[in-house]
Design a binder for this molecule. Structure first.
Ligand SMILES: [Zn+2]
Length: 214
């Protein structure tokens, strides 16, 4: 079986998406890119996360063609493969419909630095405009908005996080959801005090060195 290790990780982290409350039903998706083999392991479309076995995870190439697997790859595969094409520092991506990140995306707000942990995203988290998500056009727009960051909100839709490996991408999805909730709740009662660039710089460097070691 091609990309056995990556397929096991996609299945394992898919179950975590549900148990950690980062998505609902069969929504969201996960992929891991093996740069050496130039192949991507991506979650199958419309399948219960607790039923996904490694062999159900689909292997596609960088053009989106299915190389191995009987299932249909996630309908948002173009967003994943374009991310790996444009971002040489990224080998894993997690797309969620987590509640507060999606709420922020429905407001078309960006998440501003309310807590130092947001440094994992490489700065504030911008919001891309709403678009139908099953084509290259959407993928290209997402790349433009994520730019050099590790997280982006997808307008009226959800969030996308990424990193050098699945552990980084997944933890960033948890941290983005945590900060989205803090930011939204703080804004609901008063004007939150945001951290300055100087406040954030120590954590930004720490996350940079974590990424470089992986
Ligand atoms: Zn989605």
């Amino acid at each position: 079986m091609l990309l056995q290790h990556e397929r096991e990780l996609v299945a394992d982290y898919g179950r975590k998406l549900i148990s950690d409350g980062l998505t609902v039903g069969t929504s969201g998706n996960i992929s891991i890119y093996n740069r050496e083999k130039d192949l991507i392991a991506i979650s199958p479309s419309g399948m219960d996360y607790f039923e996904i076995k490694p062999e159900n995870v689909v292997v596609i190439d960088i053009s989106g063609k299915v190389i191995e697997g009987s299932r249909k790859p996630s309908s948002e595969k173009d967003m994943h493969r374009l991310l790996y094409t444009y971002r040489k520092d990224v080998n894993a991506a997690v797309h969620t419909h987590s509640k507060f990140a999606t709420l922020m995306a429905c407001l078309n707000w960006s998440i501003e630095p309310i807590h130092p942990i947001l440094a994992c995203a490489g700065g504030n988290v911008r919001c891309a405009p709403y678009m139908i998500s099953h084509n290259e056009e959407f993928g290209k727009t997402v790349i433009k908005y994520i730019a050099d960051r590790y997280a982006v909100l997808l307008g009226n839709h959800g969030a996308l996080t990424c990193g050098p490996n699945i552990g980084y991408a997944y933890t960033t999805a948890l941290s983005v959801e945590f900060c989205a909730e803090l930011y939204y709740r703080a804004k609901a009662v008063a004007k939150p005090k945001l951290l300055t660039q100087a406040d954030m710089s120590d954590m930004m460097h720490r996350f940079q060195s974590i990424r470089e070691k992986q």
